[in-house]
Design a protein around this ligand. Structure first.
Ligand code: FAD
Length: 149
């Protein structure tokens, strides 16, 4: 079976999500693929979680450094399991929400590792089972390309 797309983006992070939604809004037939849970580095492993973890470390560091200078905090420590639970409270929902957003926008979303088999072709990977056999891609509508077989 061959499916045709105007654009297939590899990755579901900030870059791919932005470009796919704009192209979709412009009427393009769009697909997106990611080998990891949807959402990309920033939302799942980068910016947002980092701010929480760094923020906690800074809070402890500042408090320790101000000890005896007007700040008193006995038994100050990071409760790592609790901190990670807090972090997960906003990272865990990202993948499902992103998947729902793609579906709502009419973007075909696939899980698996994509790999280039040629200049305009994404081929079936050896290390992951994908729901397709091969993908011809990365040309806009004007180029009339992008097949997913
Ligand atoms: C610890 C950390 C903290 C950060 N903090 C900040 C910050 O505070 N502010 C800021 O602006 N930026 C920050 N960044 C940088 C920011 O996360 C990146 O700039 C941003 O995520 C890049 O987005 P992207 O969409 O290009 O790539 P990514 O979000 O990395 O997405 C790429 C996606 O592509 C997928 N992928 C890759 N290859 C394939 C393949 N062959 N097949 C299928 N899927 C594939 C990956 O699984 C991944 O999900 C931070 C990064 C890290 C690591």
């Amino acid at each position: 079976m061959t499916r045709e797309f105007d654009l297939i983006a590899i990755g579901t992070g900030s870059a791919a999500s932005g470009v796919t939604s704009r192209c979709r809004e412009a009427g393009w037939k769009v697909a997106i693929v990611d080998s990891r849970p949807f959402g990309g580095t920033c939302a799942l492993r980068g910016c947002d979680p980092k701010k929480v973890l760094v923020g906690a470390a800074e809070a402890v560091d500042w408090t320790r450094r101000m000890k005896g200078k007007g700040i008193h905090a006995a038994e100050l420590q990071i409760d790592w399991p609790e901190l990670m639970r807090f972090k997960r409270s906003f990272t865990e929902s990202v993948a499902k929400r992103r998947e729902d957003d793609f579906a709502k926008a009419g973007i075909a979303a696939f899980h698996g590792r994509a790999r280039f088999a040629g200049p305009t072709t994404l081929g079936k990977p050896s290390e992951a089972k994908l729901p397709w056999h091969s993908v011809g891609c990365l040309h806009g509508p004007a180029a009339g390309c992008c097949r997913l077989q």
